[in-house]
Design a protein. Structure first.
Length: 286
């Protein structure tokens, strides 16, 4: 999970840099196509079929919908708000995943972890600051992306065990491609020929994104979801660090306070998660 978060933060930075000169829809199309081809090649090397009945199962259909929503809204957030702010808001994803794991998979979540979830959500509100002059409606894009990714992760947990990680990655990146097509049609933006730098950044984002995706799927399908997902908070460190180093961002005191709330909630969930029981087989929890 930590390796996945480092790779995702690098992917975010590359996409944000590319978005300065390339339309978001075009980025998603090229990124999704590249990732899908890499995962398809990996699946064929392992002699895994690219299509099986499990691909059209209920969890997989839900996963594709959540993937499209998460990727689209978060990509827009990366393009329009600071990388550090988008990264911090995204860290509420584990809170929703833990709550969803309790509701859907029957994982034990005691009052302390529910309190930690509430604390983390307060942290998000502190960062977004609704109802104040500092509130930006663009930050809602990151929140919608966060909800999409939480749904994606939970659906991945419920996906048939017969679907290997390369197959999950293949259809995940196809969903990214679909998101790009839908947004391009809605926006009506013309495609452009990326310059040299943008081409390099976009090309680099594909293998980095594939590695991040594979690591994330492996983490989400192993062990107790409520114990594994809090390690997503390491993305906070990577994202803020890259935002400062590459884009000259300077997170304000309020953002740092909200981040502290979110990290504290994650630490409580990790601590309480050590005593959590095993997760029931998702195949029996639909």
């Amino acid at each position: 999970m930590i390796g996945a978060m480092a790779a995702f933060a690098i992917e975010d930075a590359l996409i944000k840099a590319t978005a300065d000169t390339v339309p978001i829809g075009q980025i998603l199309i090229l990124f999704g196509l590249g990732g899908a081809l890499l995962f398809a090649g990996l699946a064929r090397l392992r002699a895994q079929p690219l299509f099986s009945p499990g691909v059209v199962s209920g969890p997989m259909r839900a996963r594709i919908v959540f993937e499209i929503a998460g990727r689209l809204f978060y990509a827009l957030a990366l393009a329009l708000i600071p990388l550090s702010t988008a990264t911090v808001i995204l860290q509420a994803t584990p809170l929703l995943v833990v709550a969803g794991a309790a509701a859907i998979f029957g994982e034990r979540v005691g009052w302390r972890r529910w309190g930690a979830i509430l604390l983390g959500m307060i942290g998000v509100l502190v960062i977004v600051r609704p109802g104040t002059d500092e509130f930006s409606s663009l930050s809602v894009l990151a929140i919608l992306g966060m909800i999409g990714f939480a749904g994606r992760d939970l659906a991945s947990r419920a996906a048939p065990r017969s679907l290997a990680t390369p197959i999950l990655g293949l259809y995940g990146f196809l969903a990214v491609l679909i998101a790009g097509v839908l947004f391009s049609v809605w926006q009506g933006a013309h495609f452009v020929v990326p310059d040299h730098k943008a081409s390099l950044w976009l090309a680099a984002s594909v293998p980095v994104g594939v590695a991040a995706y594979a690591l994330l799927m492996r983490a989400m399908r192993t062990g107790d979801v409520s114990a594994v997902t809090p390690f997503r908070y390491t993305r906070l460190m990577f994202g803020i660090g890259l935002g400062i180093a590459l884009f000259g961002e300077r997170p304000g005191v309020i953002t740092l306070v909200g981040s502290a709330f979110i990290v504290l909630s994650g630490l409580v969930i990790i601590w309480r998660g050590k005593g959590a029981g095993p997760v029931p087989d998702p195949e029996h929890c639909r």
